[in-house]
Write a protein of this length. Structure first.
Lengths: 224, 224
DNA sequence: CCCCTAAAGGTCATATTGACTTAAACACCG
DNA sequence: CGGTGTTTAAGTCAATATGACCTTTAGGGG
């Protein structure tokens, strides 16, 4: 029984996922999602948090962590029957982590490159990553987790950039602002402002109390 | 490693869940969700389908089955560390199943009674059932699975009754009809009709090709 | 002091929803 | 054979939400 983690962050205007280069067999040297065995006395969530730290030196306290599901096809691991519980983590632009015990190194990779097959992942991690990606995209529609990608305080432009990076589509700044501000509990103004490199200062917000957005903030379906 | 099943159906105007009376220790004689050990050579889904049949003689071919998640707290099972993968199943009004090997008997119980604590479930099954219930309610909003509760063909009133039973709230028949019919791929007319005990004949539909509803069919939030 | 840029705020046509009303189709009853 | 009750089916209308687009504001830099 193992846990595997799909850890996402937004850097610049790209959605990134944390990958490791495996330092042990099987799939030695191959790219993979961080993860490892669950210990006997810990919860699945605690196991995920521990692996997060061991393999990538990422502190779980600051990021959103939720279970994605169990992957247990008998042939998914060449070593034999290994069921893995996949977790989804979202965090602000984190420092590039160093490798851990079972990982030669850890690094952020653009999700688009991994999905396109430019990098080949070990095990059934391509499927896990695909499911995780769809889940994040869906979560942004129906919940207020997008703020988990931002720092403690953020501007509405930063928040919009998160949506654009995750969904891969342009959003009208004005309509986005209207939707976010009139959705009760989405964000809470701090009263402070931040100066962009150029242009008018932007108001700063912090995450609100709401978890669900109703009505949701739907992405366009066409995407041609 | 086990699988547990939260199997729902709509009977009359009530949402029902399939329970078993445990025939073995621990929790002998207690009500529980059907489930059992996963075998070495089967997928998690196949294990769920097998347990479905063994413990409740329910044929999985006709119902919607999806994974809910993994429950793995170290103390959830008095026997020791047992991680269970919970599955959610939705089906039309099924015949009352007989008990299986590890179950003295199997029966349908109103979900409301179980949630209220009138019946106490074994293990952490109360939490699993609560999660399953919320998942069904959410699924009805964003997907077209509601038809899984109906037979091969059904009237719009039957479909609306499903929503009302699951959400526990009244829906305006006229607005429901408009929403369903104008949502592309939700239902497909068969051309036939069905005579109710009294009143105008109702057109029959079968499930359409759509999986997701966009925009979704949201339930009211207040429900006071 | 003017220009450029991004934030902030507004307009307007369109789509969707909730509450409500009206018409249609059948069985039953006298 | 026509009236009555019941359920399906269809329509109206105001309130709300959305997408596309425009104008104003508040900075920095030349």
């Amino acid at each position: 029984m193992t846990v595997d983690l799909a850890i996402f962050t937004v850097r610049g205007d790209q959605l990134m996922v944390l990958l490791i280069e495996r330092g042990v067999e099987p799939f030695l040297g191959r790219a993979a999602l961080p993860g490892g065995y669950v210990q006997k006395d810990e919860t699945l969530r605690d196991g995920a948090l521990r692996e997060l730290w061991e393999e990538a030196q990422v502190d779980g306290g600051r990021l959103h962590l939720e279970q994605l599901g169990a992957y247990g096809d008998p042939w998914r691991d060449p070593r034999g029957r290994v069921v893995t519980i996949a977790y989804l983590a979202l965090g602000p632009d984190l420092p590039t982590p160093v490798g851990g015990t079972d990982a030669r190194r850890a690094y952020w990779a653009p999700v688009s490159e991994v999905i396109n097959g430019v990098r080949e992942l070990a095990f059934d991690h391509p499927a896990i990553l695909a499911d995780a990606l769809e889940e994040v995209r869906r979560k942004l529609e129906y919940t207020a987790v997008a703020a988990a990608f931002c720092g403690e305080t953020f501007t509405l432009s930063e928040l919009r950039t998160v949506y654009e990076a995750v969904w891969g589509q342009y959003l009208d700044p004005s309509n986005f602002r209207r939707k976010v501000l009139k959705t009760e509990g989405f964000v809470r103004p701090t009263g402070e402002r931040r100066l962009p490199p150029t242009g008018r200062p932007a108001a700063l917000y912090r995450r609100g109390s709401a978890d669900l957005l109703s009505p949701p903030l739907l992405r366009r379906v066409d995407e041609s």
